[in-house]
Design a protein around this ligand. Structure first.
Ligand code: NAP
Length: 305
């Protein structure tokens, strides 16, 4: 039996496996990607994460066919945070996924150009219509999360998806404690530091040494470490059956207190700076969102003429 965590607003809460399946960079037409995802579902993993920005919601829609109990999490891009844009973006995601309702709908990144109240009003309308079952956010600080929560009239933010791995522990400074206290799921993205944990010799030696005691691989130890930090779900992306199996093996066992302490004490690991830092800088540049929003506005006006 896999580790489960209860996530969601009371009437629609679900028991979700603490290892989910990430899909960023799995191409929309990837047969091996579908095979890997479906293998994960067969093993018992029941949450899959995508985003309109990933361009692979159709693939996820195809992968979930025939699996009744898989919870789909997708994300709306910050360029669609205006009320009407958000409603349209959700409808388009549902169509691509081939579902009537998505279990978790997440704001992909904060966008200061749009009042959060307007965005959350649209999110609650989708909730009321049954098109989404839960509201989540991603890349939000505690302060941003609180402001977003205050903007909701009758619902609760159930999750915040942020970068978190043994090599990148920023959430431990504040966010993790907040999420644990408020029963908000912290969905850890890039939980393998985009593969970098296997390239850092010092870290790999530590993980291998600890893993040997439990007959577990370094990857399973690195993921297990996150799961034992509280309300955490880790969503590694794996494009092969072997990798999915290894990631799945992070569940249903326990690292001892001593081994957790040993892992806590490790520090200063390298991880790929490029994708992370550049992408973050790019995404936090709200001028880009403003330009994309202007384009949406023009398209809308064009369509109404
Ligand atoms: N909300 C956001 O802003 C945001 C940002 C980034 C990512 N995400 C989400 O988080 C998911 C995971 O993050 P990520 O894709 O950036 O990085 P990740 O999961 O930390 O790392 C993925 C890399 O690890 C490799 N891998 C997976 N399992 C492995 C195993 N057992 N042994 C060896 N290597 C293994 C994968 O290789 P293979 O592909 O060859 O299996 C891939 O190269 C994404 O797919 C996406 O759903 C969200």
């Amino acid at each position: 039996m896999a580790d489960l965590i209860r996530v969601g607003e009371s009437s629609v809460s679900a028991s979700v496996t603490r290892i989910g399946l990430g899909t960023w960079k799995i191409a929309n037409n990837s047969d091996s990607g579908i095979t890997a995802l479906r293998h994960g579902f067969k093993l018992g993993i029941n949450i899959v994460d995508t985003a309109e920005m990933y361009g692979n919601e159709e693939l996820v829609g195809r992968a979930i066919k025939g699996f009744d109990n898989v919870f789909v999490a997708t994300k709306v891009s910050p360029s669609h945070f205006r009320h009407d844009d958000l409603i349209n973006a959700c409808n388009a995601s549902l169509k691509r996924l081939g579902v009537k309702s998505v279990w978790l709908y997440q704001l992909h990144w904060p966008n200061n150009r749009v009042p959060i109240r307007e965005t959350m009003k649209a999110m609650e309308e989708l909730l009321d219509e049954g098109k989404i079952m839960n509201i989540g956010v991603s890349n939000f600080s505690v302060k941003e999360l609180l402001k977003a929560q205050e903007s909701l009239e009758h619902s609760k933010i159930v999750s915040n998806q942020v970068e978190y791995s043994i090599a990148m522990r920023e959430p431990e400074s504040e966010l993790l404690e907040f999420c644990n206290k408020e029963s908000i799921a912290l969905i850890a993205y890039s939980p393998l530091a985009r593969g970098a944990i296997l390239k850092d010799r010092k870290l790999l030696d530590e993980l291998s040494g600890i893993g040997a005691k439990y007959s577990k691989t370094p990857v399973a130890v690195a993921l297990r470490y996150l799961l034992q930090k509280g309300n955490v779900i880790a969503i590694p992306k794996a494009s092969s059956i072997e990798h999915v199996e290894e990631d799945f093996a992070a569940m249903s066992w326990e690292l001892s207190k001593e081994d957790m302490e040993r892992l806590n004490s490790l520090d200063g690991f390298s991880r790929p700076p490029l994708a992370g830092k550049l992408l973050k800088a790019f995404l936090k540049n709200t001028t880009i969102w403003a330009k994309l929003m202007e384009k949406n506005e023009k398209n809308r006006k064009g369509n109404h003429q």
